[in-house]
Design a protein around this ligand. Sequence first.
Ligand SMILES: Nc1nc2c(ncn2[C@@H]2O[C@H](COP(=O)(O)OP(=O)(O)OP(=O)(O)O)[C@@H](O)[C@H]2O)c(=O)[nH]1
Length: 262
Amino acid sequence: MTSTRESIQISLVQLDNYGPWTVTPSPRRETDLQALQARLYAALADFVGNHDGYAFFDRFDNMIAVTDGMTVPDHERFQEQIRNQFPVTVSIGIGVGRTPTEALGAASQALQAEGSAQDADRTEQLATAGAVGDTRGSLTVAHFDVVDVTGEFTDQKAAGETSLAIQRATVSLASYLREEHEGIARFVGGDNIIALCPSLDEGAFEGAREHVQATTGIDLQVGVGEGETPHKAGYRAKLALEECRETGRRIERFSPQATIDR
Ligand SMILES: Nc1nc2c(ncn2[C@@H]2O[C@H](COP(=O)(O)OP(=O)(O)OP(=O)(O)O)[C@@H](O)[C@H]2O)c(=O)[nH]1
């Protein structure tokens, strides 16, 4: 039996002096900025994914990655890749904490201690807080999804209304999980919201579902997975979400007996 997670490692990837860059020598064309941001996020998702981590685009100029098992040299290699392939550089804060919120807070403070995000002299810093590369135990990922978004929204409502509904559900869920359980939840596309959580029982996830239902009217289902790496936990959460579709239950927790684990 894997021990409950004592800690989680989260990396905050911040574009160096990006604001001034976007308007120097004059404001840069918006779609060029959006394409650059998307490519930077793709580079992070690929890099972290190759280490079985998870990545979230968050604000794009500040991206979040779950980097359990990744070392300081791994992060330095990512900075080198960005330096060689893009017109901007990145600084990184790596935080290890008991909970996702604590880890991201530690990463934020470590990076802030290196100087302002818009300090032209602060480039490619790498700041750490806690035992980087040394987390152990089992990580919990909860993969939330709107029940029948296709039938209830995509095929029925104006696309703009659907987007706003999903955004409202995301903010409601992310705020609840942060305040109640120091979890971190982020929109990842379509009608999917992925949450990094401490080890929680089914009642905690039912409370989250009920909160979102009460505040937004959105009916979420959630698959919960645990594992040694973010990918392992997240993949098991996806398998558990498939169980929701099979059983009609709104909450399913991965169990090796129920599905084939890849
Ligand atoms: N990032 C991410 N997006 C996904 C994933 N699975 C589905 N999506 C997105 O979610 C959208 C809706 O897919 P579904 O959730 O299967 O559609 P649905 O109508 O809600 O069906 P049910 O969830 O079975 O009720 C898709 O168009 C994708 O954009 C996933 O694992 N990760």
